[in-house]
Structures are given as structure tokens and as C-alpha cells.
Design a protein around this ligand. Sequence first.
Ligand code: NI
Length: 205
Amino acid sequence: MKRRLVNILAGTALGLALAFLAAWQISRIEQRGAAEGQASTRVGTASIGGPFTLVDQDGRTVTDADFRGRYMLIYFGFTSCPDVCPTELQVMAQAVDALGGKAEAVRPMLITIDPERDTPEQLAGYVTMFHPDMAGLTGTPEQVAQVARAYRVYYAKAEQGDGDYTMDHSSFIYLMGPDGAFLDVYPGGTPSERIAESIERHMAG
Ligand code: NI
């Protein structure tokens, strides 16, 4: 029992350290981008993103290549999240709608970090509450771990004592280009108008 507690504490400490590292890297990248212009932002963050294989809300196996041709607006979260995820998914949906005629060029998507509970069926009912075009992706725990690593997303199960659990996770919205390349990242709390403006800038340039 004691050893289990130690393991949990060690795991939590490692998770927090990784989360801080990810946040620090992103803020450093943003600072450098602001100082040197957008071109360096793209170079500095080239390692965010990459290939993935997941399962969509219709139960189909999909890869990152299936989403080429449209911008991807990606959020990592889970459907039983009480507040942060719903807020960010709503912001993401509003940002897409704010693009008006250009909205079709952007695919909003939720990638779950809780694949145990977030089945394709569960995601199908959830994502459409936010946006009719929103994709919901899940997979095996290994597939989810792989894509989370690629995007430097931190997540960890937090036991609640009654056999139930919630998920701790970092909260960023990622903008990827039609070619799958990383373009931008918006920390949780970024207003939808700012995200929409940023997407339009990327579309223009
Ligand atoms: Ni959440």
C-alpha cells in the first residue's frame, strides 16, 4: 500500500515536471516567435505533431494523412471533463464559426486522453454538441500515448478514491496546416476571436 502511494506520488511529480517543461518550451517558443517573427516560430516548433493512427467517432481507423487538405484545430481532452474541456471545445467551435466562408477549410477535433471511457460511440454523441464538423478521435491506450507524445501533451489518471477517476491534462489548442505541419498553439483561455484572427493570418500567409 505504502509502495503504491510512493509510486503514485512519483508518477504525479514526473507528470507535473513534464507539464511544466511543455509549458516552458511553448512559452519560450512564443517569446522567440514574437521577437523574431513568425518564420522562426515555425522552425522552432517543427517537432510538434507528426504521424498518428487513431479511431474516429464512426469507428473507422484514421491516420493524420486522412486529414490533409484542411487545417486541423486539435484539442486533447476527455468527455467526462467537468469544465475545462467543454469550455475549450466551445471556444474552438466559435473560432471555426467566426471564419465564416473559410470555416470549411478548418477541421476541429478532439483527441481523447481517456481512451478507456471515450469509445467512438461516446465521442460521437459528445463532439456534435459543440460543432457538427468536429471529429472525435480515440484509440488504444498506446495509440493515444503516441499522439500525445508527438504533441507534447501531458495527461495522467487521477484516482478519486471511490474507484472513479478523472484525468489531469494540459490544455492547448493546436493549429496544423493542410500539409499537417505545425503552425500555432493557443494556451487554454485564449479568446475565440484571437484564434480566428490567427488562423486567418496563417491562411493569408
Ligand atoms: Ni479537461
